[in-house]
Design a protein around this ligand. Sequence first.
Ligand code: ADP
Ligand code: MG
Length: 422
Amino acid sequence: MNYNKKTVKDIDVAGKKVLLRCDFNVPQDKATGAITDDKRIRAALPTIQYLLDQNAAVIACSHLGKPVATFDSYVKKQAEKGKDPASITEEEWKKSLAKLSLAPVAKRLSELLGREVIMAADVVGPDAQAKAAALKPGQVLLLENTRFEKGETKNDPALAKAMADMAEVYVSDAFGAVHRAHASTAGVAAYLPAVSGFLIQKELEIIGGALANPKRPLVAILGGSKVSSKIGVINNLLEIADTIIIGGGMTYTFLKAQGGSIGKSLLEADWLDYCNDMMKKAKEKGVKLLLPEDTICAKEFSADAEPILVDSMNIPDDCMGMDIGPKAIAAYADAVKDAGTVIWNGPMGVFEFPAFAKGTQAVAEALSNSSAITIIGGGDSAAAVQQLGYADKMTHISTGGGASLEFMEGKELPGVACLLDA
Ligand code: ADP
Ligand code: MG
């Protein structure tokens, strides 16, 4: 697919102030706040480095986690969790915000860039305004967590304009947030020339290319926990793929729809008819839709439950499906062996428990041995591939779980649609 949006290379940024939306929504250790994976910070470096090489002044911004932006809503949220509203203090709320400060990101970014990153105490408040005004070409400023502003998730035009007023050009490189129309991801583009950075370009070229003009056969591996969250993807990929492989928790709704006994396995009863429709549609279109012939199940959902191998259509009443079995592994590995392109979204089983990670591991192994273009979308799938040690064997691991999912569903991404056409 030809990427059809302007990028930083198509616009003059020399000596200019550039507002750069990044996805610095990094995982942190709950107790210490330490960043446990800096992949997303690293993924932003090529664009930041390019802007600095062009002598731009970079005003970076991002959200982090889900802070509650006002004390009132904080009290409401805590009360919903069963806390006595009268006992909730403003101090407690401020502490919850401090935990989601981007200061640790500024520190890590500074280490990675080998230069100072100035941290602002707010997003569009007096500190940010003063520091942005004083920022010189070649310098980097990081604004505070955009979600500290209540207008962010509401895409408030006043917030978007206040952010835009600090800069002359807007560059978005926050692929992980492009599926959201927020003030800093989309709203701001109404007030500044808006282009993408290299990460968004790369994500859309690779995933978009695989969807629009795949090297065939195109095999889609779909797993994860719920059918309901993957309906859009299954539906869209049925139009494009040659083979669809089903695994993970959503398998059992398919199996039940086909008349199988699934015991205590995950079931979304509302989607039984849908699963049958999908099977029918696949048949009509000549798409191979593979379900696992065998299943590893367990009597309880726990890491040390005993793995029991059964026929997928006959899961005992007191058991739940936890992973695909060896016959399914062999069939799935065979299906990807000669693939031209493989798109994988959703683990094959409860990979967080080592006893039930074999299916996910075997699929990762099969992908790593195949000469196909291999694309991993989905946050948990990306984590599984990383955790199992196959990350550097894949063509592309998306940095945006939700964004890649919506893109694979064929939906428009507001954070991309708002950028200038090439
Ligand atoms: P992704 O983030 O890659 O899109 P999902 O969020 O849809 O994937 O699903 C990931 C989750 O699905 C994992 O936490 C995994 O434990 C769970 N899962 C996979 N197989 C099963 C199963 N058989 N039963 C219950 N949960 C499952
Ligand atoms: Mg997930």
